[in-house]
Ligand binder design. Structure first.
Ligand SMILES: O=P(O)(O)OC[C@H]1O[C@H](OP(=O)(O)OP(=O)(O)O)[C@H](O)[C@@H]1O
Ligand SMILES: Nc1ncnc2[nH]cnc12
Length: 173
């Protein structure tokens, strides 16, 4: 299946010069949903994944579906102020300024083998923040899964991610 065709591209959104990858067009297509879920499942079914970590908000869609397929738990990483219990926190850089993501402190343990999933990798800031949160919990092993990678963006954060086994389904270069 040519997944790139299922992702709508919006020019100059949210600002001039950005080609926004609108994944909602993929989300609404049941064949694409099955294909993506199966592809991630087949990529990681032999890794002993115990928890899938999904990044708010677009990482929750397949994160939950794949957790079910892999017989793993699901852990949300959320934007600041949304989680009710004790949290771990990471600050990450945006194009302008910074933002914060949070995870419950008891969500992962040193028993866990973790798959971190998000819909899209751009600068890698969000993914590295998730990596640091999982590392704080002393997890055994970390893998990454992204539907899209904007490969033409190269940053120190993306170089850091090269140390981790990563599945990408759609590449933009
Ligand atoms: O690699 P990066 O430069 O960190 O960018 C990637 C992140 O940006 C988007 O999320 P966004 O923050 O727009 O939130 P949303 O999923 O809630 O729309 C996307 O879903 C990734 O999480
Ligand atoms: N170009 C882009 N399209 C969709 N989501 C994004 N998140 C960061 N950059 C993005």
């Amino acid at each position: 299946m040519d997944l790139k065709k299922e992702i709508r591209e919006i020019a100059d959104y949210p600002k001039e010069g950005i080609s926004f990858k609108d994944i909602t067009t993929l989300f609404k297509n049941r064949d694409a949903v099955r294909y993506v879920t199966e592809s991630i499942y087949h990529g990681f079914k032999d890794k002993g994944i115990t928890k899938v970590v999904g990044l708010e908000a677009r990482g929750f869609v397949f994160g939950g579906a794949v957790a079910n397929q892999l017989n793993a738990g699901f852990v949300p990483i959320r934007k600041r102020g949304k989680l009710p219990s004790e949290i771990l926190q990471e600050t990450y850089e945006l194009e302008y300024g910074s933002d914060v993501v949070e995870m419950h402190a008891d969500a992962l343990s040193n028993e866990d083998i973790v798959l971190i999933h998000d819909d899209l990798l751009a600068t890698g800031g969000t993914a590295v923040a998730a990596l640091k949160l999982a590392q704080k919990c002393g997890v055994k092993q970390i893998y990454f899964s992204f539907i899209c990678d904007l490969e033409f963006i190269d940053t120190p954060n993306k170089q850091l991610l090269r140390d981790y086994e990563t599945q990408v389904l759609v590449k933009y270069n």
